[in-house]
Ligand binder design. Structure first.
Ligand SMILES: C[S@@+](CC[C@H](N)C(=O)[O-])C[C@H]1O[C@@H](n2cnc3c(N)ncnc32)[C@H](O)[C@@H]1O
Length: 250
């Protein structure tokens, strides 16, 4: 039996790593670190540093492997993602068989928390179809928590709902029904520019929790254009960007 532990590591701040995460890292026989080719963000580097800093168990082996690349040419996005996930699960399987065989403790370090816009739990399900696997999750600090903490704001208004959505959804569907607070993730295009800005406040953050952190807040009508400029400049400077924002309407 493979005991697979998915460890949430927070959003890029080494201080986000919990004591429970460190304990789980040291309990693992094998930690797999995916390498994303010419990944400018060097997220693998951060995971590697976390392992070097916190693993004291000499029996824990840290192995890097090349993450298969999604075929962007596939005309069906869903099929492309499906095939890509099959390829990643197969790569995990190869590494696990090579390093611990059919039984052992294996861990993966997941950005933020595995429950939020992350495919690792779905990949674990795929792995369980081809080898006996039990899956455990160690929760991590999400980008939503990091954003609210950075701006020192509550996520919700008293007794009110919140919707977590993506840039694509916001562009396609406008402001969602029934909520006055929305959090937008996975937005490469400043999709807030598609909204009527009147009465909307925005709390935006890029590289939240990291040394490069940038924050902007204010009425969307005033701050929106600044965010578009700041985001483009930061992306050009660093070669990559991760951003998230919360908006509330009056
Ligand atoms: C694939 S999702 C992963 C989310 C992650 N599992 C979590 O718990 O936050 C990536 C998105 O999370 C957000 N994100 C993650 N880390 C961030 C950071 N340090 N600063 C700003 N946004 C971040 C961005 O919206 C990015 O597009």
């Amino acid at each position: 039996m493979i005991e697979l532990t998915l460890i949430g590591i927070g959003t890029g701040n080494p201080g986000h790593l919990t004591l429970q995460a460190i304990e789980a890292m040291n309990a693992a026989e094998l930690i797999l670190i995916p390498l994303k080719g010419a990944d400018k963000s060097d997220l693998a580097g951060l995971r590697r540093t976390m392992c070097e800093t916190h693993i004291t168990n000499p029996a824990t082996k840290v192995v890097e492997f090349a993450l298969p690349v999604r075929d962007a040419a596939n005309p069906s996005y869903r099929q492309g993602v499906d095939d890509w996930h099959d390829a990643i699960a197969a790569a995990w399987q190869d590494e696990i068989r090579a390093h611990v065989g059919e039984s052992g403790k294996v861990a993966l370090l997941v950005w933020g928390d595995p429950s939020l816009y992350d495919s690792t739990l779905r990949l674990a399900e795929r792995l369980a179809r081809v080898m006996p696997v039990t899956t455990r999750v160690i929760p991590g600090i999400t980008a939503i928590q990091a954003l609210c903490a950075a701006h020192a704001i509550p996520l919700n208004e008293i007794g009110a709902p919140v919707q977590i959505t993506t840039g694509r959804q916001l562009r396609d569907q406008d402001w969602p029904e029934g909520v006055d607070t929305i959090v937008v993730m996975l937005d490469g295009e400043c999709s807030f520019t598609h909204l009527a800005p009147e009465g909307v406040e925005i709390w935006w953050g890029a590289f939240v929790g990291m040394s490069e952190q940038i924050l902007r807040t204010g009425p969307l009508s005033e701050v929106g254009p600044q965010i578009v400029r700041t985001r483009a400049e930061a992306r050009a400077e660093h070669g990559w960007i991760m951003d998230i924002y919360l908006m509330r309407r009056a």
